[in-house]
Design a protein around this ligand. Structure first.
Ligand SMILES: [Zn+2]
Ligand SMILES: [Zn+2]
Length: 204
């Protein structure tokens, strides 16, 4: 069972996409927890950027979260944000994917090709560890590409079957309305993830 299922009631109340100063975020795990507790956010998922070749100490990141779990009255989840590669793999060490509670995936730099995008996406959705499609459609929006409705239906059917969530991301203003409607029809669940890089962006 995916860990997020235990916290289903917090899917839209928590902040499920947060970066720290281990990568490009400005604040520490501790500073973010302090802010969340102050303003009454009940749950934080720390989804730090990862690569196969990591440039920071991932176990130290996990230790920080463990320590914060003892110190704060918050639900805290360890996680990672892994980039989809054009061969359908994720740019992450498989051990990390298994170890964290909430791994999410996203398209960042990627070839401008709908075919490669779709093939990769479908392959990633078969990965049993991934929990959420982060900023869904942001890459397509940037590149001016559009997924056919038929394909969207296939994808959302697969996501529903695999318990993969669709992130509602205000920073990128995705997914678009049409996507939400189709996802809804296919009983895909939504999760609030705003790609937080600073404690000042944390909001109720
Ligand atoms: Zn991202
Ligand atoms: Zn992110």
């Amino acid at each position: 069972m995916k860990v997020w299922k235990k916290y289903e009631e917090y899917l839209m109340k928590g902040e499920w996409h947060v970066h720290t100063n281990y990568t490009d975020g400005r604040n520490s795990v501790d500073e973010l927890c302090k802010k969340a507790q102050n303003i009454g956010i009940p749950l934080i998922a720390f989804t730090e950027h990862v690569r196969k070749d990591l440039k920071y100490d991932f176990s130290s990141f996990l230790n920080d979260i463990d320590r914060a779990k003892e110190e704060y009255e918050l639900i805290l989840l360890s996680g990672c944000e892994a980039k989809v590669l054009p061969n359908g793999e994720l740019d992450v060490n498989p051990d990390i994917l298994k170890e964290v509670e909430y791994p999410i995936f996203a398209f960042h730099a990627f070839p401008k090709s709908l075919d490669i995008y779709l093939d990769s996406l479908k392959q990633v959705l078969k990965n049993k560890y991934v929990c959420t499609w982060a900023h869904p459609g942001a890459f397509l929006k940037k590149e001016g590409l559009e997924l056919p409705e038929k394909e969207l239906k296939t994808i959302f059917t697969l996501m529903n079957k695999k318990d993969i969530l669709l992130e509602i991301n205000k920073k990128y203003e995705v997914p678009k309305k049409k996507w939400k409607e189709i996802a809804n029809e296919h009983n895909v669940q939504f999760v609030r993830g705003n790609d937080i890089h600073s404690k000042y962006k944390l909001k109720m």
